[in-house]
Design a protein around this ligand. Structure first.
Ligand code: CUA
Length: 323
């Protein structure tokens, strides 16, 4: 019976236990305090009831010691809980440095589109190996969705027009539900899927047996060419503009992750968000030293294509090593 009515979802990620411990502590604290207070109310009602001994109510001044005690103890418990909760929050929200797999997810009415770094694409399904850190960069093509995997204790909104990230490290082989946790229209309840956690060798076999589409950076390279980005932006060191003129836009080599100066003296770090903005709204943050003459590509590129372009730009390193 308890299998069909579980108290908690499966715990299948490194986050699950940390979060559950805080939750169970809160539940235990609540139950104990409720029981103590209820017992005191009932007990005192009986003990201090009016007796026929001729006594009347008297004024009690109170006890400072008692007041300090019953304010101090809860204060310490609550501050301890605050510290503990904050530590778990920071732990679970901050992506570890050793990311093994970079997954891209685009939410859309009413499905989850998953793109593997190795080119595989899935809809409403995601295959991952156990024991690897998976970072998800997600966005939406239409309205706000929320990518929710209860067994991993992870949930974050996928918001149109911006990227959000979350991560997990699965600890248990199995299949776990994906939900959309933000009401997004009439078929919101059907925007569900499954994460399949596999042993690493089995995952390798799955990758090999699934026809990969293009890897994101390769698809991005083709887009870069077909949209004629290269007529203004250099993509390899030592390669000059086709017509030999000075480049009309900043070079894309080594640009990802760097801080660049803008025309209006601001500075910005080149990340996914900034690249996306510059493709769709090129006038928003123009690089210093260049004329604001880039056309907008709004309406010409889907969110998954923009992610491919970003993957390509990320891969442009002067050392030749791809990230
Ligand atoms: Cu997508 Cu609810």
């Amino acid at each position: 019976m308890w299998k069909d009515f579980p108290l908690l979802p499966d715990s299948a990620s490194t986050m699950a236990n940390q979060i559950d411990m805080v939750w169970w502590f809160l539940v235990a604290l609540t139950v104990v305090m409720t029981a103590l207070i209820a017992a005191a109310v009932v007990g005192m009602t009986i003990y201090f009831r009016k007796k026929n001994d001729g006594r009347y109510a008297t004024q009690i001044v109170g006890s400072t010691q008692l007041e300090i005690l019953w304010s101090g103890i809860p204060f310490l418990i609550v501050m301890g809980l605050f510290g503990w909760g904050t530590a778990v929050f920071v732990n679970t929200q901050r992506t570890p440095d050793n990311v093994d797999i970079d997954m891209y997810i685009v939410g859309k009415q009413w499905m989850w589109k998953v793109q593997h770094p190795t080119g595989q694409r899935e809809i409403n399904a995601m295959h991952v190996p156990v024991g690897k850190v998976v970072r998800i960069t997600q966005t939406s093509e239409d309205v706000i969705h929320s990518f929710f995997v209860p067994a991993f204790r992870m949930k974050r909104d996928a918001v149109p027009g911006r990227y959000s990230q979350q991560w997990f490290e699965a600890t248990k082989v199995g299949t776990y539900h994906i939900f959309c946790a933000e009401y997004c229209g009439s078929k919101h309840a059907q925007m569900i899927g499954w994460v399949t956690v596999m042993e690493p060798e089995e995952y390798e076999r799955w990758l090999a047996s699934t026809t990969p589409g293009e890897v994101p950076e390769e698809a991005g390279r083709k887009l870069f060419e077909s949209m004629r980005c290269a007529s203004c932006h250099i993509t390899a060191q030592g390669v000059s503009q086709i017509d030999g003129a000075a480049p009309r836009g900043p070079s894309m080599v080594d640009i990802y992750g760097r801080e660049v100066a803008l025309k209006d003296n601001r500075k910005v770090v080149v990340d996914d968000e900034y690249i996306r903005e510059s493709i769709l709204h090129p006038m928003a943050k123009v690089t210093a030293g260049f004329e604001p003459n880039m056309p907008t590509y709004e309406g010409q590129l889907g969110e998954d294509q923009i992610l491919q372009l970003i993957a390509y730009i990320k891969s442009l390193k002067s050392t030749g090593t791809k990230q």
